[in-house]
Each structure stands twice: as C-alpha cells, then as structure tokens.
Design a protein around this ligand. Sequence first.
Ligand code: UT7
Length: 332
Amino acid sequence: MSKIRAAITGVGGYVPDYILTNQELEKMVETNDEWITTRTGIKERRILKGENQGVSVMGIAAVHDMLAKTKTDPKDIDAIIFATVTPDMTFPATANIVASTIGATNAFSFDMGAACSGFVYALATGSSFIQSGVYKKVIVIGGDKMSAIVDYTDRTTCIIFGDGAGCVLLEPTTEDVGVMDWELRSDGSGEQFLHMKAGGSRNPASIETIAKREHFVYQAGSAVFKFAVTNMADISAQVAERNHLNAGNITWLAPHQANKRIIDATANRVGISEDKVMMNIERYGNTTAGTIPLLLWDYEKKLKKGDNILMAAFGGGFTWGAVYVKWAYNGQ
Ligand code: UT7
C-alpha cells in the first residue's frame, strides 16, 4: 500500500491594514531607520488596532481566505490547530473560537504554544493526524498579535515584532508530494533569554507585575541571535542532508522571519542563493508563529507542483525545527 502523506492543498493569510513604519518608531523610541534596516532587514510591520480584536480575528480572516480559494466546506474540517503565543484568552483555545466562527462544527480544535517555531510544530502535528489515516482535512494556523505583548518603550523588542496570521489546509495524498520529513527540537534552558515573566500561573497578574512591566516580551537579543543562527542553520542542514537536498534541488527556503542576518546565515549554510529564499520581513517584521504561513501566502502564485521547500524556524523555549515539503499544486 502506498504511504499516506499530508499535502498542503491551500493557503490563506491576513495582515492588518495599519502599517507601523520605522519612521513612526523613530518618534516613539530612541532608534532610527538605518539601524533597524541594517540590523534586522525590517522596514515596516502591521498592527491590529481596535477594541476587542484578538489574534482570532486574523486567524479567522486567513481561514476564510483559504476556504474560499479551495472551495472547502467548513463542515468537512476534522481538526484545527492554532499555533500562537498570543491567544485571545488563556482559555478557551483560540482554535475553538475560529472553529465555531467559521462553522467547522465537526472539528476538534486546540492551540499550540511553541513561539516562533509554532507553525512548524503544528504542521508536523497536523501532518501526523493525516498520516494516521484517521483525518482527512486539517487546518493549521500560525499567527500572533505581538503588539499585545510588546513594550513600545523598549527599543530592543518593539522594532522587531508585528501582527499577522496565515494558514494551510492539509489533506491526504499517496502521490510523491506533501510533508516529507521534519526535525523538531527544544531546550528549556532558553527560558532565561526569551520569555514573558507574568500572567501565567507562576506569576499571575497583579498591580506589582503591571508596575514592573512584566506582561511584555523580554528578549536578550544578542544571546538569542547566537542560538538562532547556529540551531536554525544546523537543523536545516540536517533535514536537507538526509533528504539529499542541496543548492541544486531546493526550490525555496522558507525561513522564520526574525532577522535578515539569521535568514542569510541559514541560507549560506544550506548553500542557497538569495533568489531562492522567501522573504517578507521588510514588510511584516517578526509575526512569531505567523511568519512561515505568511511566506507561503505571499509566494503561493510562484509555487509549482513538485517544488522542494525547506522551512526552518527558531524561537522562544528555546524551540526550533525544520520541515521538508514537496509542494502539491501549481500556484497559478
Ligand atoms: O523570533 C524569535 C527569536 N528571536 C530572534 O531570533 C531575534 C534574535 N536577535 C536579534 O535579531 C538581534 O539581536 C536584535 C535585532 C534584537 C538586536 O541586534 P544586535 O545586533 O544583536 O544588537 P545588540 O543587542 O547587540 O545591540 C547593539 C547596540 C547596543 O548599543 P551599544 O551597547 O553597542 O552602545 C544597543 O543598545 O545597538 C543598540 N540598540 C539599538 N540602537 C538603535 C539596540 N536596539 C536598538 C534600536 N535602535 N532599536
């Protein structure tokens, strides 16, 4: 019997209208466009404005986009996984809110928290559901409303992050396409370098935690940078090598969009030239779990059946991973 794989059969995305430029940030904190551009590659990012607007708003819009393009009936969806570190609420899961809003009444749904690696973790999980043969249609969403947890007085973090969400539909295939292989890793000792101190069960919200600004992202930037460069490059090379992927047959590298210098280092390690590297960091910044599905959304029209795509991510936890996908349809 042929092996069942999970094929990505559709992509959706959403970014909010509001554009926060480097020039606007120059008026908020001690920074400048030149520093941000040369150190990160970011020119602008999107911000979700308005009362009562959680990450679900962007996830729902991304899923509606994908359902319309693939002409999928939401009642046929078996499972929805939402990778995010900025859920609407601690509970219920944001995936449940998405499911009920889009009418996926036959689906089970849950959130997954693996920070910037959230999408690759969720893609591997959704693919395993499909490979089991039990589930036929799984939606994997990656998205974050980072503006909800970013301190706009901290120039070391507020220039990096943005808001956005993307999603993919997974369906079974016995063709030689789909999610072919992955490697996922984590190291809890990374907690000290990248975390949000309060708001969880260890340090519930209090007047003190608010006064100490502990409900915002803390990042020791240069330490995280070093781990990210090494681990994202190593894991990409590992997945590439065992699948006989190289500069000649990788069609696209789809790297997490945290910093253009980390992206360049990963591409160099796998020997991929810049024209084969998906990139939209200059327009959206780092949308945490949203970066890789938003790349697929932006590049969908250029993708062809059989394209070899290597996804790679590194993030809080620490978490990191790489996924090899053979694209299943022609984008046009
Ligand atoms: O996505 C999840 C994982 N996260 C990442 O992968 C992010 C990894 N880290 C990074 O991307 C980079 O470390 C940052 C972009 C956050 C910072 O870049 P860096 O080249 O590591 O800068 P740095 O922290 O070493 O700071 C260099 C200098 C410092 O000044 P001094 O001490 O040399 O005088 C900072 O105070 O740049 C200063 N600086 C800034 N200057 C202007 C820090 N932030 C800014 C800023 N504008 N926004």
